[in-house]
Design a binder for this molecule. Structure first.
Ligand code: ZN
Length: 121
């Protein structure tokens, strides 16, 4: 199980239905990645629309991205550059790689289509 449903915060009234303290808990190639869902998701939301997640469906969407980042060799604790910077900073290799990973690798990993052209998957 990747999303820990049971809230482990003390004094949390919502218990099993708690969304505020949901955590990812992912094992990948012998390494364990744990992180609160909101801590991962909120910085990646569009500016002005940032708010805590509101449903398990939303948590699962973020879970796919979380796993995609890990499989792409990225540190999920690092917030990627905002996508608005990408087009103006293509000479910046790091920004280019971020753009590449966002646009090409992660959507490919989410779909069940073969992605042999992208060895990161
Ligand atoms: Zn809680």
């Amino acid at each position: 199980m990747t999303i820990r449903r049971r809230c482990t915060e003390r004094n949390c009234k919502d218990g099993r239905r708690c969304l505020a303290h949901l955590r990812f808990d992912v094992m990948w190639r012998g390494k364990r990645y744990r992180m609160p869902v909101n801590e991962y998701a909120i910085p990646r939301m569009e500016p002005g629309k940032q708010r805590p997640i509101e449903s398990m469906e939303e948590a699962r969407d973020w879970e796919r991205l979380f796993i995609g980042e890990i499989k792409a060799g990225r540190d999920p604790h690092r917030v990627p550059n905002p996508s608005s910077n990408i087009s103006t900073e293509l000479d910046d290799v790091a920004a280019f790689l971020d753009a590449y990973l966002e646009r090409c690798v992660m959507p490919a990993c989410e779909a069940s289509t073969p992605c042999g052209a992208r060895p990161q998957c």
